[in-house]
Design a protein around this ligand. Structure first.
Ligand SMILES: C[S@@+](CC[C@H](N)C(=O)[O-])C[C@H]1O[C@@H](n2cnc3c(N)ncnc32)[C@H](O)[C@@H]1O
Length: 320
């Protein structure tokens, strides 16, 4: 590993203040495409009702975790329930009637938040995604799954499954009597099928040092994961709101996908980091794992590699 290949985004000491000048505080007028520095409980009150189309809630889970200058300590179930209920209540005030809400959690936190979500929203599904990282343990199963609760404010809501299909190689490419591919596409790079999105996601890569989206935020979400939520549940120009913005992933992805966005983050260090990522991104910029309007399996070769593999297989008479 060479230091020059490390593409982690960091904020240098001499750029921090300049970045923070672009970040708003509670006393400033409410703006779209804006990061707010402060506590979401008070800042949410400044967002006019019926502003938000898509709410992404990724709060501290009920685990001990250090975020910048403060540590979130694991609480009793009752204490976490109280905190989460308040976070949800203030965020829900900002929503449009047809809004969608996604809530991230690990297995223990999931059990606490589910009844609160059921009381307040229409809970439609629970996505489980594989977080392929972390150490194994000698006394328990290694934890590599996380949940995302899919909820809506009402019965009318946006949902576009065709925008989040996964392109998978076809293992047994079957042809009909006329020789045409049956439910798959014949491409010079291989046989593939664009499959319907299910609620179990095993195609997400956790950002690592050679990916430009990587930061030192301890619980950063992958852009690919957030892109699926935004594409499936919002239109171009819609407002995406993330009141626990962290390293800024949801705002960056919203911007790349032509949505508007609002973010709140309590740690100044992360506000600066998120602002830096926002400044570096443009509408239409690539999102790792999403190309040609479809999502690709984890570690799948790019187009060039696939074409080369296919040619080699043809030359060697192999079935690919
Ligand atoms: C789980 S992380 C979110 C990570 C984010 N999704 C990302 O991709 O980087 C939760 C974030 O919420 C912030 N936070 C905690 N309490 C907050 C509050 N009351 N208001 C705003 N932000 C808060 C933490 O500093 C932390 O960065």
């Amino acid at each position: 590993m060479t230091a020059s290949r490390n593409r982690t985004t960091r904020v240098a000491a001499d750029e921090r203040d300049q970045l923070l000048q672009l970040v708003a505080t509670q006393s400033m007028p409410m703006g779209i495409d804006q990061i707010f520095h402060g506590d979401m409980v008070s800042i949410c009150d400044h967002i006019p009702p019926q502003t938000v189309d898509l709410l992404l809630l990724d709060p501290p889970y009920n685990l001990r975790k250090t975020f910048g200058s403060s540590t979130f300590n694991r609480r009793s179930t009752e204490e976490y329930r109280e905190a989460f209920s308040l976070w949800l209540k203030v965020a829900l005030r900002t929503l449009k009637p047809d809004a969608t809400i996604y809530v991230c959690a690990e297995w223990r936190t999931s059990a606490i938040v589910q009844p609160i979500l059921e009381e307040n929203l229409a809970v439609r599904n629970r996505i489980t995604w594989e977080r392929e990282k972390g150490r194994g343990a000698q006394t328990n199963w290694k934890n590599t799954s996380e949940d995302i609760w899919f909820c809506t404010a009402g019965e009318d809501y946006k949902f576009y499954p065709d925008r989040v299909r996964i392109r998978r190689p076809v293992i047994a490419p079957y042809r009909d009597q006329t020789g045409r591919p049956k439910d798959w596409n014949d491409h010079e790079a291989g046989a593939y099928r664009d499959t319907a999105p299910a609620n179990l996601w095993t195609d997400v890569t956790i950002p690592f040092w050679s990916m430009p989206e990587n930061t030192e935020h301890p619980t950063q979400k992958p852009e690919k994961l957030i892109a699926k939520l935004i594409l499936a549940s919002s239109d171009t120009g819609d407002v995406v709101f993330d009141p626990f913005l962290g390293s800024g992933t949801s705002a960056v992805v919203a911007k790349k996908l032509g949505r508007r966005w609002i973010g709140i983050e309590i740690e100044a260090e992360y506000c600066a980091l998120a602002q830096k990522r926002i400044n570096q991104s443009r509408e239409g910029d690539p999102i790792q794992g999403y190309r040609d309007g479809v999502f690709w399996p984890r570690n799948s070769p790019n187009q060039q590699q696939r074409t080369a593999n296919r040619r080699r297989a043809d030359e060697e008479g192999l079935l690919l």
